[in-house]
Design a protein around this ligand. Structure first.
Ligand code: SAM
Length: 296
């Protein structure tokens, strides 16, 4: 094993650090070992790593004997990884892909996602993980371990009352999320200005009496104007409503009108817990039967 410091220095000897890509590299081998332990990685796993950079996590993952698919956007880092891990690439134990992880197709048989991600893609990445979990990863994904900014982690798990919001509430539809380990800035090179955390996300596979996409859109719509009562925020039709089968603006308006006398609409979004949102979404469905003509 080369170890984190040497891999980071090796990449640095070839190119400067690109801050716009969130390049804060982990240099503490103990924390890297902790990530592998949190992921309970075994040789049976196929791990997806987003943003391998110098390969500090990649090296530790490969040492467990698992298969890794690593997606990196920086072509200099990809060339470096290609040299460092030439043998593993040759043995098809490391599949290295160059490109934007949010745009490339992910393998269908991933069992774990373990990554120190660029913090600027945290929210869209969670959305993408959720989409994948609901489709090709339904049967295979066991867990996700991500190193993220502390503030994002707290909103995801809704650590404090002030963190209650759309991100954490919608994540509950598909995941049980937990903050596992706090990581201070000095464990990275260069040091970020913020604290970080390892989070764990376990698929909950919970089923609901209503389309998950409708629950998500009602939560989003409710939190769009978080100081307003739901009566006001739910009056507007979610922009992406027609992406949900059988939903269109006329149906939303009719559901909203049927619920106008309901005292839940006098609440502000943070006053509803997750079960309340599910029930509200279900009631939206019940009170506005689908018009098969799909009128607008
Ligand atoms: N995994 C390494 C570590 O733990 O030190 C590097 C982590 S660094 C925080 C994030 C990495 O993601 C960088 O190497 C950066 O180039 C890469 N990256 C940034 N945006 C990306 C994207 N959209 N898709 C794939 N990789 C990306």
């Amino acid at each position: 094993m080369k170890g984190a410091r040497r891999l980071v220095d090796l990449l640095r000897s070839k190119q400067d650090n690109d801050k716009s890509l969130g390049q804060h590299f982990l240099i503490n081998d103990e924390l890297i070992a902790e990530a592998i332990e949190l992921g309970e990685v075994t040789r049976a796993d196929h791990v997806l790593e987003i943003g391998p950079g110098p390969g500090v996590l990649t090296e530790a993952l490969l040492a467990t004997g698992c298969k890794v698919t690593a997606i990196e956007i920086d072509s200099g880092a990809v060339a470096h990884l290609g040299q460092v891990f030439a043998a593993e690439i040759n043995d098809a134990r490391l599949m290295l892909q160059e490109g934007d992880a949010l745009k490339l197709r992910w393998p269908a048989d991933v069992t774990k996602v373990i990554a120190n991600i660029p913090y600027q893609i945290s929210s869209p990445l969670v959305d993408q993980l959720t989409k994948q979990l609901r489709s090709t990863w339904r049967e295979c994904l066991i867990k996700v371990i991500l190193l993220v900014q502390e503030e994002f982690a707290e909103r995801l798990v809704m650590e404090y009352e002030s963190d209650v919001g759309s991100l954490g509430m919608t994540a509950l539809i598909d995941w049980q999320s937990d903050i596992k380990v706090n990581v201070a800035p000095h464990h990275f090179s260069p040091n970020p200005k913020v604290n970080s955390c390892f989070i764990e996300m376990i698929p909950s596979h919970e089923s609901f009496p209503v389309d998950k996409r409708l629950i998500k859109q009602i939560i989003h719509q409710g939190f769009k104007q978080r100081r307003k009562k739901l009566r006001t925020s739910l009056k507007s039709i979610p922009k992406r409503l027609n992406r949900i089968p059988d939903w269109y603006s006329g149906r939303w308006k009719s559901a909203y009108s049927s619920l106008l006398g309901d005292i839940r609409l006098d609440a502000r979004p943070e006053e509803l817990d997750f079960d309340d949102w599910v029930t509200l979404a279900h009631d939206f469905t019940k009170f506005a039967k689908c018009d098969t003509k799909g009128s607008q």
